[in-house]
Design a protein around this ligand. Sequence first.
Ligand code: 5GP
Ligand code: ZN
Length: 113
Amino acid sequence: MDCLFCKLVQGDIPATILYQDDDVIAFEDIAPQAPTHFLVIPKRHISTLNDVSDDDAALLGKLPIVAARVAKEKGIAEDGFRVTMNCNEMGGQTVYHIHMHVLGGRAMTWPPG
Ligand code: 5GP
Ligand code: ZN
């Protein structure tokens, strides 16, 4: 499958990996939008949030757990951080393998753009 993040999972494109286990991987975003900006993704390909089902509950439940764990390791947990998942074009999704953005190290604004 021609998916950027599947290639990253397989090690075919380089990434700065912050955490991984059998199910999920966290890595630095290549174009950070905040002093800290990393992504947490399932290793198994799922294109968008529209494609998830009850069978994915345990897998997807790991994403915020890993997000918080890495946020803590990076020292942004206490001050606070933003978690975002963009879905499809209007949501701003550009890579069609679901991913959780974790942004921190600066104050976030609301509403998001
Ligand atoms: P989306 O726009 O789909 O919500 O987020 C995709 C994210 O993936 C963007 O923040 C973008 O900077 C990041 N990204 C795109 N290509 C690469 C890549 O090759 N490596 C890494 N580490 N991040 C990427
Ligand atoms: Zn993929």
